[in-house]
Design a protein around this ligand. Structure first.
Ligand code: URA
Length: 189
């Protein structure tokens, strides 16, 4: 049977794609292992690669502020990424890299059994919800996959670049809070 300890140590040793050649740290994930809400980003940036933790740079600070607006924080969610190692120069992770990495996220999701999955940005939404996901048109909409409620919001880095997207994201966050109140048994939101 999978355990978080096995999974983490296997993942930290992964050489499943060429991103292992340039990484400083595998960014396995962060948060609470009994979280009912799983947030999925794209992949580590420079600060995440240096520290081995997801969303610790500027986008991460904004993510923390966004979570706080709806009474969530890292003690109430789990945060993972589509790829666990930094793509050079912060390019989008390639299809082969995403495919090579997806089993780690699958196993994390199987251990966590979240009630709600929130994709952070286009890359995660395409990988998790549907291949033709259009973030500008479909952010905030809800989808069911394998009995799990899923949605996507703009990536925090996109909100740093374009503050005009923030009001819509606040609406999306409030809808996530409402969904959490409806579905989550032990998460106080
Ligand atoms: N962007 C992501 O998608 N993930 C991180 O962990 C950091 C920045």
């Amino acid at each position: 049977m999978d355990t978080w300890e096995n999974l983490r140590s296997e993942c930290l040793a992964c050489r499943g794609c060429s991103l292992c050649e340039t990484r400083h740290n595998v960014v396995f994930g962060d948060g609470t292992q009994d979280a009912e809400i799983l947030l999925i980003g794209e992949g580590p940036g420079q600060h995440e690669d240096e520290q081995g933790l997801p969303f610790v740079g500027r986008a991460g600070k904004l993510l923390d502020d966004m979570l706080e607006m709806v009474n969530l924080d890292r003690t109430k969610v789990y945060i993972a990424n589509i790829v666990k190692c930094r793509p050079p120069n912060n390019r989008d992770p390639l299809g082969v890299e995403q495919d090579a990495c997806m089993d780690w996220l699958r196993r994390q999701t199987a251990l966590l059994r979240p009630k709600i999955i929130v994709c952070l940005g286009r890359v995660a939404a395409k990988a998790i919800i549907k291949d033709d996901f259009r973030i500008t048109q479909e952010h905030g909409q809800w989808f069911t996959r394998g009995g799990v409620q899923m949605t996507a919001i703009y990536h925090p880095a996109a909100l740093l670049r374009d503050v005009n997207k923030r009001p819509e994201t606040f609406e999306d966050l409030k809808a996530i809070q409402a969904k959490a109140r409806e579905l989550c048994g032990h998460t106080e939101v």
